[in-house]
Design a binder for this molecule. Structure first.
Ligand SMILES: [Zn+2]
Length: 302
């Protein structure tokens, strides 16, 4: 490995950090973080108060980056979650034909009537692409595997991606589109958080004979789900519920003030006034995101 290669990776790390995305070294030519696994934690140094993950240790500090990248051509691990970003990772099918991740994502966008804006994009050595988006404030999203589609993963909290310039299996990650990062479209927030079993928050659109009854049932189901949710997943559940109700607001079948009032009441039932301001912020953001992607109530059969 040449000094030039090492210098290029150092620059790549500095550039990502300069954009507010923390970095951590990965073993040269791999996707493996240069750090121990929790099972082998020595309990010293950075882990003196319990095991620290690369996500906790990733840095924006240029001096630390120059020092860390001075000895080897470390690949550059980048952590979208803490940076308020998400990476939509569209892969190629490993075997056989069929649509690749990028085609699946475009199909999904068309299905849901959502935009798929141009955004900062990196190509991967396997022929895939990483689309970088900004996550709306108040939404904390986790990375997903084969959740949005069979060849579409997401990298957010709890996962990482590789910066352009990193190398893997004889190829390089390369900047493909240096457009500034777009905000994550509402329909992709929804696709990232919804459960396959969540009927009302899901993408299946059934013909509705009595919209009023349908809307009332949706309002009750979504707010009940929020009310019942134990600590831990509340933010995600609230985000999903408010988004789903926002879609009904956008479709002009549910009154916005009623949706907001019911969501506020559901959150109040948690008995956590200390998080009220944040929770109300999530409600506003997700209601608005849903309203921008209205549900087609009388649309096609499921
Ligand atoms: Zn440790």
């Amino acid at each position: 490995m040449s000094d030039t290669h090492r210098d290029a990776l150092t620059r790549a790390a500095l550039e990502m950090a300069g954009r507010g995305i923390p970095v951590f070294p990965l073993w040269p030519g791999t996707k493996i973080a240069a750090w121990h696994r929790p099972a082998r934690c020595p309990g010293t140094g950075a882990c003196a108060d319990g095991h620290a993950n690369p996500e906790d240790l990733a840095t924006l500090d240029p001096d630390r980056i120059r020092w860390r990248w001075s000895d080897r051509p470390w690949n550059v691990g980048v952590f979208p979650g803490p940076a308020g970003r998400i990476v939509v990772d569209c892969d190629q099918p490993k075997t056989g034909g069929g649509p690749d991740g990028w085609e699946q994502l475009q199909e999904l966008a068309a299905d849901r009537g959502g935009p798929l804006p141009d955004t900062w994009t990196v190509t991967t050595p396997s022929g895939g692409r990483h689309l970088w988006f900004r996550v709306p404030p108040g939404c904390r999203l986790r990375g997903t595997v084969k959740h949005i589609a069979s060849h579409v993963d997401t990298r957010c909290w709890g996962t990482y991606a590789l910066a352009p310039g990193s190398v893997f299996e004889g190829g390089a990650y390369e900047l493909f589109d240096d457009t500034s990062e777009a905000e994550l479209p509402g329909w992709l927030i929804q696709a990232n958080v919804e459960h396959a079993s969540t009927a009302l928050s899901g993408s299946g659109e059934k013909p509705v004979k009595a919209p009023d009854a349908y809307v009332a049932a949706a309002l009750r189901a979504e707010t009940d789900r929020v009310r019942r949710e134990p600590l831990g997943q509340r933010n995600k559940v609230l985000c999903t519920a408010a988004y789903a109700l926002g879609q009904l607001v956008g479709a002009r079948v549910l009154d916005e003030h009623l949706a907001r009032a019911e969501l506020h009441a559901a959150v109040a039932a948690w008995g956590t006034p200390e998080s009220r301001v944040k929770d109300h912020g999530v409600i506003e953001t997700s209601l608005a995101a849903g309203a921008r992607n209205p549900r087609r109530i009388t649309g096609k059969a499921a």
